[in-house]
Design a protein. Structure first.
Length: 41
């Protein structure tokens, strides 16, 4: 039972990491776009 729970935790951690990476990529892109728009004005 304990190993099952550990496996589920690992899956959750992997999922959380993927989400975090996705959001950091998106926000980085947004920040870059924002900075570029300021530069071009």
């Amino acid at each position: 039972v304990r190993s099952e729970k550990g496996k589920n935790n690992q899956n959750y951690n992997d999922y959380a990491t993927q989400i975090k990476n996705l959001y950091s990529e998106k926000s980085k892109t947004l920040i870059d776009a924002y900075n570029n728009s300021i530069k071009t004005q």
